[in-house]
Design a protein around this ligand. Structure first.
Ligand SMILES: Nc1ncnc2c1ncn2[C@@H]1O[C@H](COP(=O)(O)OP(=O)(O)OP(=O)(O)O)[C@@H](O)[C@H]1O
Length: 331
């Protein structure tokens, strides 16, 4: 088969920079023709991916983290071209959901080869839902980032993400921790207007997140019951709480035991519109506007946004259930 391979050498903080060569060689040894492009930026990678897919690639494989899967989805969403994932990122939340291995190029490429070659005891092709972002009236958002696979968030964590991206030191996890501490020190609720299939809610919250798959933030089990094959999204809202309670809830999020907290509200819906309360109502409620939303760890278009589940928007190359490959169950 003809495989387009896109890689991000900076994924996983550059610790797996040779993973793409390794993946290319392994897929070639399995008998595939591999068109590999290693680019210097997200935008270059996206246009290279679109060009490769237009050259009649049979599959697109991304080597990198959740941001690379987000990019790959943007390229193939709505086409029949399947997407394979060799997870070498920092968080790998999408791989975690689907039971794909992290930082194991041999196993990752074995699954891709098996799924493409129809060896159903080892791999399979599964059509899954994706989240499509538009303006509330349905018009297309500018600048790409229309599609997301895992979680769109416009709350505390998005503010942390944005702040960490602006910092130049320290490197690695230290920067994220510094950003969390800075956000905690100025903690205050945001004003939202959230419209789901069942109606509109307005008010203050610290987090509004929309999940298609379970994990975000590098292993936080945000939506333990999320099923990307059910045509539905899970909308989670966190009421305003103090710093200490928030830290406790973040700890429970890691284990996925946060849903019984009275401060967390969960709703299933096929689509949701998230708006800044004051902007929408024209009144001053004394609440901050929500931060710029993030999707799969990447900055999305600013609010207001309508997020819809699009059934079977992308065909993923996954381990076969019970094959013993990858990290376990998955959907
Ligand atoms: N050549 C490139 N192709 C794509 N993205 C790139 C490239 N170089 C730098 N980037 C940046 O890398 C980020 C995505 O990284 P990626 O998600 O692959 O790894 P990660 O952040 O380590 O993993 P994770 O998202 O799983 O935590 C994007 O925000 C993008 O701007």
């Amino acid at each position: 088969m003809r495989i387009a391979l896109l890689s991000n050498p900076s994924s996983g903080r550059g610790r797996h920079a040779q993973a793409d060569d390794d993946a290319r060689l392994r897929l070639m040894r399995a008998g595939h023709e591999v068109l590999h492009v290693r680019t210097g930026s997200y935008e270059q990678a996206r246009s290279a991916g679109s060009a490769l897919v237009a050259q009649e690639a049979d599959a697109l494989v991304v080597v990198g983290g959740d941001g690379m899967v987000h990019l790959g989805l943007e390229v193939v969403a709505g086409t029949e071209v399947p997407l394979g994932i060799v997870a070498t990122g920092t968080g790998n939340d999408i791989a975690r959901h689907f039971g794909l291995p992290s930082r194991d190029v041999a196993e990752g490429t074995r699954i891709i080869d098996a799924a493409l070659s129809g060896r159903t005891s080892t791999g399979r092709v599964l059509a899954v839902d994706a989240i499509r972002a538009t303006r509330p009236d349905g018009t297309v958002v500018a600048g790409g980032h229309q599609w997301s696979l895992a979680v769109v968030s416009a709350g505390f964590d998005a503010a942390v993400n944005a702040r960490a991206n602006l910092m130049t030191w320290p490197a690695g996890e230290g920067r994220y921790l510094r950003a969390v501490l800075a956000e905690l020190s100025t903690l205050a609720p945001y004003g939202y207007r959230i419209t789901t299939d069942s109606g509109t809610w307005e008010g203050p919250a610290l987090l509004a997140a929309v999940a298609n798959t379970r994990y975000f933030g590098g292993g936080m089990d945000l939506a333990p019951h999320a099923d990307p094959c059910d045509g539905m999204l899970e909308v989670l809202r966190l009421e305003p709480v103090g710093r200490f309670r928030l830290l406790g809830l973040l700890r429970r999020l890691l284990a996925g035991t946060h849903l019984d907290s009275p401060h967390i509200h969960l709703e299933r819906t096929a689509s949701v519109t998230i708006e800044a309360l004051d902007e929408r109502t024209g009144q001053d409620h004394g609440l901050r506007p929500p931060p710029h939303p993030y999707a799969d760890g990447e900055p999305l278009a600013p609010l207001p946004l309508r997020l819809s589940a699009v059934a079977q928007a992308v065909r993923l190359l996954l381990p076969a259930p019970g094959s013993g490959l990858g990290a376990g169950a998955g959907t």
